[in-house]
Design a protein around this ligand. Structure first.
Ligand SMILES: [Zn+2]
Ligand SMILES: [Zn+2]
Length: 366
């Protein structure tokens, strides 16, 4: 008796939006390409009057993401904007100088040009992210509406990622594919059983730290756990609060090439939670994707924070082109290890984690 041959469960189907993202960035190499990069080392950035560490740490992380660097350096070379008004171009010049050997002062002037370029983008993003530009002469940036507060590396990064497509429409699909993910919220009414769905794009995956534990557990319990919403009105039966409840579940409709995770350490009063959150250099988001699409990431950089929201300091520990880890504390670059990236030995705590997506089917090894 010949057994019926059933097709084996193949890879789960990729949805159209995810495929579009993959195709959009498909020709950008995920690895360090340039021959010279194999010897290149990470470099420091000036920190004028010690207020720019939030900017330095975020830019350091970006410059250690080969897929992002390859995009700004190569795919963007035919840009028709000039470097004073196009953020990707300004980052391209900075990156080219940064990875040159030896370090030259051009890095500092390229950083100033990028800063100026971002300032120029402010007008367009002002409504969304109200900001005050201060200290023209030293080219400080002030991204906060309350500028007594310490500048925040996460808000700076988000501003940068939002400003790029706002400034130049043609980069929107790439920035979207590189950094954006879509979260689908499914609400089920416990009264009439109607299901409604809504999908929203995000660029930073915020993780609340209550009931602290490993990142993996926080993703399951604090980010993607089903939750009961009692203050929502069902759109179908219009029942409200006391009479019904909506059960919410969140899934990733699409995932980004570069995943930025933020540990939400600051509460609304500006208090910082320094709790230790164990995480690893691999992150598997498969369980949280719609269709359980295999989605694995590798850690490339971590921004650490020490101090308080008002008076703090940021550094970046990142993996360089030679596979070695280094710690960038403004001007000072020192050798580091992945262990230090995961759990700093001093009073710093991991704040922003930068992961890059691995090619599907690639096994997770050391
Ligand atoms: Zn450009
Ligand atoms: Zn209902």
């Amino acid at each position: 008796m010949s057994p019926i041959l059933r097709p084996r469960a193949g890879p789960t189907r990729e949805n159209a939006n995810q495929r579009l993202k993959r195709v959009t960035t498909g020709n950008i190499s995920p690895t360090w390409k340039r021959q010279s990069r194999s010897h290149a080392t990470s470099k420091g950035f000036q920190n004028i009057q010690n207020v720019l560490c939030y900017r330095n740490s975020a830019i350091q992380a970006l410059l250690h993401l080969p897929k992002f660097v390859n995009w700004v350096e190569h795919a963007h070379r035919h840009c028709t904007s000039n470097r004073s008004s196009c953020i990707p171009c300004a980052i391209k010049y900075l990156s080219l100088r940064y990875w040159d050997e030896p370090r030259s002062q051009d890095i500092d002037s390229s950083m100033r040009k990028l800063t100026r370029c971002m300032r120029r983008a402010q007008g367009k993003t002002m409504l969304q992210y109200p900001m005050t530009a201060a200290y023209d002469e030293t080219e400080f940036l002030n991204w906060q509406w309350d500028w007594r507060r310490q500048q925040d590396a996460s808000e700076f990064l988000l501003h940068l990622l939002n400003a790029m497509p706002e400034q130049n429409e043609t980069v929107r699909p790439i920035v979207k594919a590189l950094f954006e993910f879509d979260i689908t919220q499914t609400l089920k009414c416990a009264y009439c059983r109607a299901i409604s769905q809504q999908t929203n794009p995000e660029k930073i995956l915020g993780v609340n730290l209550q009931n602290p534990g490993p990142l993996k557990r926080l993703l399951r319990h604090n980010v993607f756990a089903p939750a009961t919403m009692t203050d929502w009105r069902c759109r179908v039966c219009h029942q409200f609060e006391a009479t019904t409840e909506l059960v919410q579940s969140l899934k990733l409709a699409t995932t980004p090439e570069i995943l930025v995770v933020e540990f939400r350490r600051f509460n609304s009063d500006g208090q910082k939670d320094n709790v230790h959150i164990p995480f690893t250099k691999w992150l598997d988001l498969t369980p949280y994707t719609i269709n359980r699409t295999p989605t694995k990431y590798r850690l490339m950089a971590v921004v650490h924070h020490s101090g308080t929201l008002d008076e703090g300091h940021y550094v970046t520990v990142a993996r360089g082109p030679r596979g070695n880890w280094q710690r960038m504390n403004d001007q000072v670059v020192t050798d580091a290890t992945v262990t230090e990236a995961l759990r700093p030995s001093n009073d710093f705590t991991p704040y922003l984690l930068f992961y890059t997506k691995m090619a599907s089917g690639k096994a997770i090894t050391s």
